[in-house]
Design a binder for this molecule. Sequence first.
Ligand code: NAD
Length: 321
Amino acid sequence: MIIVPEKEIGALMTREVAFDAVEKVFASMAKKSAYNFPVIREAIGHADALYGFKSGFDKTALNLGLKSGGYWPGNAANGITNHQSTIFLFDANTGKCRAVVGGNLLTALRTAAAAAVSVAHLSRKDSKVLGIIGAGHQASFQLRAVVEQRKFEKVIAWNRSPEKLDSLRKVADEIGLPFEIVTLKELGATSDVIVTITSSFDPILENLSVKLGTHIACMGTDTKGKQEIEASLMKRANLFTDEIAQSITIGECQHAISEGSITINDIIEIGAVINGTAVGRTTDSDITLFDGTGVGLQDLAVASSVVELAIERGVANQVEF
Ligand code: NAD
C-alpha cells in the first residue's frame, strides 16, 4: 500500500494534472462508466464535528475508493485546518487497499479544476474579465485555475467582508493581472466569467445584474439550503452540472427545482459536453451556468494521479498492509 501524506501533495500535484483528471472523470460519469455512491454526512455529536464520506467507482480508470472527513470547527484554535479529509483508494480487482492520500489540498485543487473545466468548455473564447464572489479558503485556488483557461485582462471581486479580498489581490498581482474590488451589480454587469465560492444560504448575485454571454461557475453551494444565485437566473441560463442527482438536491439548482421553474431535463451533465454528445454554448449571448456540486469521483481521480506521480518520481511511501 502507498501512503502520500498531506505535506507531500503540494510538491507532487499541479493544476494541469488536476484539470486533466477532473475532465476525464466528468466524461466517464456522463458515459455511465463512473458513478458516485450515496453520500453520508452526519453530525457525530462530538467536537461539534460534521463527518462523512463520498465514494464511487470509475470503471474506465479503475478508481475505486472514498474520501472521508468533514468539518471540525474547533481545529483552527489549535492550529489545524477545520476541514479535514483523507482519500482511500482500493484495488478494483481485489479490494485490497491501494493507497491512503491526504485530501485537504486535493479538495481545493479538484474543486478549482472543476470550475476551470467548465470555463474551458462553456465560456466565450474572448472572455476578458473574471469576476470572483467570495474570498475564503477556496477562492484563491479558483482564481489561479480559472484564469489559465482564457486570456483574461482583469480580475474583479466582491466579498461580504471586503478586507478579506487582499488575499485575492495578492494572487492577481502574482499572476500580473489588474485587480479591482467592485459592487455585486458592477461584477454582474462587467464579468465575462463569474465564479461564486461562498458558503451563503441566501442568494447573492441578482438575475438581472448578469449580462448576456456570461459563464457562471457556481462552486459554493454543496449542501441543502445553501444558495448563491437568484433562482430566477436559472430560467435565463443554459444549465450544466457535474452530477444531476447532486445538482437538484444539494447544488445551486435545488432552489429553482423546488420552485418548479426548471426541471431535471433543463440540466446537462458537463461530461456530455466534453464527450461531444451534448451541446454546450450555442451563441455568444447565451448565459451558461455550471453547478459544481463536488463529487467523490473527483477526489478519487486526483488522488490516483498523485499516487502515479509519487511512483514516477520514486517518492512513494510503500508499506506492507
Ligand atoms: P470559507 O469559510 O473559507 O469562506 C467562506 C466564504 O463565504 C467567505 O468569502 C465568506 O465571506 C463567504 N460568505 C459566508 N456567508 C456569506 C453570506 N451569507 N453572504 C455572502 N458571503 C458569505 O469557505 P471555503 O473553504 O472558501 O468554501 C466556500 C464554499 O465552497 C463553502 O460553501 C464550501 O462548502 C464550498 N465548497 C464546495 C466544493 C465543491 O466541490 N463544490 C468544494 C469545497 C468547498
